[in-house]
Design a protein around this ligand. Structure first.
Ligand code: ZN
Length: 132
């Protein structure tokens, strides 16, 4: 079953915890055992699983990405001017998978699923495929 969820980002670079959206799709699917594939169909946004307890973790991840991948560089050639966002999206990847067991996502206690915005704010789409 395929679900499409809207994600509104509010900053240029931002990690949005989308775990609840994936749980919502899982509940609607009724699947008890399988895999959830979370896919981002954008080239300047990504998806990752990381710590959900201390918000400074995602803040620090954004800091490191900004520090290592400057927005402006005279060597960049991409006409749109957002090469850094494309690079960061590739680093995070465009999909994550989570095991489903007993109708629940099998995530570690401290794990959350994050939509990673690198060229916002924008209206984005998150695709969630629940497979039994
Ligand atoms: Zn571009």
């Amino acid at each position: 079953m395929l679900f499409t969820k809207a994600v509104s980002t509010t900053s240029h670079s931002q990690f949005v915890n989308v775990t609840a959206l994936v749980k919502e799709a899982l509940q609607e699917s009724g699947v008890e055992s399988g895999v959830a594939t979370v896919f981002v169909s954008h080239t300047t946004a990504g998806i990752t699983i990381n710590e959900n307890a201390d918000p400074d973790v995602t803040r620090d991840l954004l800091y490191i990405l900004d520090e290592k991948i400057p927005w402006n560089d005279p060597e960049y050639r991409h006409y749109e001017g957002n090469t850094a966002a494309h690079m960061k999206a590739s680093m995070m990847g465009n999909s994550s998978q989570v095991i489903i067991e007993n109708g629940q996502l099998v995530l570690g206690t401290w794990q959350g699923i994050y939509f990673c915005e690198f060229d916002g704010p924008r209206q984005r789409k998150l695709l969630i495929k629940i497979s039994a």
